[in-house]
Write a protein that binds this ligand. Sequence first.
Ligand code: 13P
Length: 330
Amino acid sequence: MTNCRQIAAAMMAPGKGILAADESIATMSKRLKDNRVEPTAENRRYYREMLASAPGLSDDISGIIFCDETLKQSFSDGTPFPQAVGELGILAGIKVDTGAKACPGLDGETITEGLDDLPARLAEYAKLGAAFAKWRAVFTIGSETPTQGAIRSNANALARYAAACQQAGLVPIVEPEVLMDGSHNLAVCRDVTEEVHTAVRAELGLLNVDLAGIILKPNMVIEGDGHGRVSSPEEVAEATVTVLRSWPGALAGVAFLSGGQDPERATDNLTAMQRHSTPWPLTFSFGRALVSPALSAWQGDPDRRSDGQATLLNRVKANGAAAGLRAALR
Ligand code: 13P
C-alpha cells in the first residue's frame, strides 16, 4: 500500500501530468486510417514510440497509459516499452478494462467489463513493468440517464478494480467519465457528475480502497457539445471544483480527461482550476487534447516524425505550465 502511495505521489509531481495513449487497437486503427496511415501493429507501435520518445517529455509528463498491445511491444532498439519509458524518467501505465459493453437490463447504457481475470492480468502487467493502471466507466446524459442501475453497477466495478490494483501494487486511475455528448447545460453535468462521484466514493469506501494510493480521473464539469452556450473557463472551474470538494484531502490527486474538448479549451479550463485552492493537486491526463494535434502533424510520414513530436510537446508544455501554476504561485 505504501508503494501505491509513493507511486501516486510521483504521478502527481508538481507541474506534471499523465499522457493517455491507451486507445484500443480498434480506436487507434480508426484514428490512423482517418489520418491516411495504414492501421498495422507496426504503425501503432511506431506512433506510440514517436510520442513517448519526444525529447524532454518527462519534464511535463510523469506517466504514460498504454494498452495491452503497446505494453508488450518494444522501441525500435528492442527495449520493451515499460523499460524504455522508465529510462526516460516516465512511469508506464496500462488500461485494464476491456471496454464499455451493453449492460443487460439497462436499455442503451453500458457497464465497463474486465473484472473476471483481473488479478492474473495485473500480476502479469506488474511483472512487465507497469506501475499503474486505468479503468474507464462511461455515463451518458439523456432524459432518463444515467440510471441508478448504471451508476451503481459501474461504481462497484470501479471499486473492485481499484482494490485489485492496490492488492497487486499498481496505482489505480479511477475514471468515471460523464460524456460531453448531448445538449444539456453545465448545471445538469454538475449534478450528474456529483451523483456519480458520490456512488464511486461509497463503493471505494466499502472495499477499503486507500484514497492516498489512487488517482481520480474525472471529466471536467462542462456543458454538452450540443448545447448552445459555451461556458467560460471560470464557470467550468468553479462547477468542477465544487463537485470535487466532496473528496477527502487524503486523495492522492485529480488528473482530468479531456473528453473531446478542443485542446486549447481543455488547457484554459485546467488553468482556471488552479486559481481554486484544493487539498489535492489538479493536473491533466489527456488523450485526444494532447495526441490529436500530434497525429495530424505526423500523418505517418517518417520525415514528419519531429513535427509530430514538436506538436505533442507544444500541448504538453502548455498543460504542464497550467498544472504547475499553483505550485509556482506558492
Ligand atoms: P480523452 O482525454 O481523449 O478524453 O482521453 C482520456 C482517456 O484516457 C479516456 O479514457
